[in-house]
Ligand binder design. Structure first.
Ligand SMILES: [Zn+2]
Length: 234
């Protein structure tokens, strides 16, 4: 009996966390982001066992000379239920989905040497005026780093213009606006360093191009991008 009490005392917080997750999963069940199937209780990764290999095969390595990045690694295709899951994560405050996007990206890059060589792993910022509980790219980046035992750095680049006005602009104005929307932290020295930048979705690539140019302007030698979802319109 004493051993049982000691066990509970030692593992109290872990057991309490597990129990809380169980209650949350009973109240708000989780579903596979690829097929929509109900997931087993307390499963953190929102991909069912049947979809694991399909989802793993979605990993793409993109080489786009205009992106300013050596490579862009994307975990998922921005389509169907995955797109819906990403929209829920971005706009409906379903924050736990960030773990799934981060974990899948971490698996996609865990054997890549640039991850360990990187002086900085950071993310695309959002403007402070955005009425969001969190920056979705930061959440994904933090999960990637936590999975791989690396450090995630914020405060490298700031978004100095809000994005809300973009919908009323044409293509040229939109590109100009985005390209003047970011400011680099002048206290950071990236001279000769490798930087990894994390973002949620890659569509036109303007944001990524702007951010990677900003990083290179401040000395970054190599820039790699990790993107949760890749849109076929790219
Ligand atoms: Zn599934």
């Amino acid at each position: 009996m004493r051993e049982v009490i000691l066990f509970f005392r030692k593992n109290f917080f872990e057991l309490a966390g597990w129990f809380l997750n169980l209650i949350l999963d009973l109240l708000f069940p989780k579903f596979c982001i690829n097929c929509g199937r109900l997931l087993p209780l307390t499963q953190k990764l929102c991909v069912c066992s049947s979809c694991r290999s399909t989802v793993r095969d979605m990993t793409s390595v993109l080489i786009d000379d205009n992106s300013g990045c050596e490579e862009i690694i994307s975990a998922l295709k921005y389509d169907g239920k995955i797109r819906e899951a990403m929209l829920r994560f971005k706009f409906k405050n379903i924050k736990y989905l960030g773990y799934t996007f981060g974990k899948l990206l971490a698996e996609a890059v865990k054997d890549r040497s640039f991850m360990n060589e990187a002086a900085l792993i950071t993310y695309v910022p959002i403007h402070v005026s955005r009425n969001r509980e969190y920056n979705q790219s930061a959440v994904i980046a933090e999960h990637i780093c936590s999975e791989l035992g690396l450090e995630c750095s914020g405060g490298i680049i700031y978004r100095i213009k809000p994005i809300e006005r973009l919908s009323s602009m044409n293509g040229y104005d939109k590109e100009f606006y985005i390209r003047n929307s970011y400011m680099f932290n002048p206290l950071i020295n990236l001279s000769g360093k490798t930087v990894v930048i994390v973002d949620d979705v890659l569509t036109t690539g303007t944001t990524l191009r702007t951010v990677s140019e900003e990083l290179r302007k401040h000395g970054a030698k190599h820039v790699y991008a990790l993107i949760a979802c890749y849109s076929k319109t790219q």
